[in-house]
Write a new protein. Structure first.
Length: 195
């Protein structure tokens, strides 16, 4: 399988990055390909709503989003990892998602959904927020669902952690690292235990 893993945090060695690394560990250990995108370091212009993709499904802007779009076509497993910022996904994550408007046009206007591939397409959403407020993950969950469905990922699992604020604090969480490791295993599993 080929896995595209998106790190939406600007904080190097922060909680999101640690969780994403742990989720991809079982995937790499079993020989699957992981292509990771550190969105904060990428040149991805926010969607300009120019309508340029409506008739083609292709964005008129040529920047690092081309790398992401190629991976979205090539991969069959997707991990979206983001910190909760103002009860939502980080701006870095959202900018990448908005540029998937081109995939939305391809799927819903041009009626050309991305093909399933032999093992189907599946997603994993990882969220981490500093506050202990459930509402913190609701907006991110809704946006991520729209993202996954737009890139023809019909189902995804969400693993979220609240009350984790300082850099690296996720390492002291009792179950988090194991939780995402197991979620990574489930993502590539094709057996009955795969959610
Ligand atoms: C701009 C900004 C906005 C934030 N907004 C929220 C929020 O609305 N809810 C929340 O639970 N945590 C919020 N936080 C805290 C982060 O989610 C938390 O520190 C998280 O662990 C950061 O993950 P990271 O280490 O991967 O960057 C915010 C942090 C920043 C910098």
């Amino acid at each position: 399988m080929r896995v595209a893993a998106f790190n939406g945090s600007p904080r190097t060695e922060g909680n999101t990055e640690i969780l994403l690394r742990e989720a991809t560990r079982p995937i790499e250990l079993t020989g699957h390909e992981v292509v990771r995108f550190d969105l904060n370091a990428m040149d991805i212009k926010p969607c300009q709503d120019c309508g340029g993709c409506e008739g083609t499904g292709i964005c008129v802007y040529q920047d690092d989003m081309s790398l992401v779009s190629d991976a979205i076509r090539r991969c069959d497993r997707f991990i979206l990892a983001s910190p909760v910022f103002f009860f939502a996904l980080s701006a870095q994550t959202k900018a990448m998602i908005d540029r998937c408007q081109a995939f939305w046009c391809e799927k819903y206007l041009l009626k050309r959904a991305l093909p399933d591939g032999p093992e189907g397409r599946k997603g994993l959403l990882i969220l981490v927020g500093g506050m202990k407020k459930e509402i913190g993950t609701q907006c991110g969950e809704a946006t991520a669902k729209a993202f996954f469905r737009t890139i023809s990922v019909p189902k995804h699992e969400t693993v979220s952690f609240l009350g984790v604020d300082s850099k690296g604090a996720i390492c002291t969480h009792e179950t988090a690292l194991q939780d995402v490791y197991l979620a990574g295993q489930r993502l590539i599993s094709t057996g009955q235990d795969s959610r």
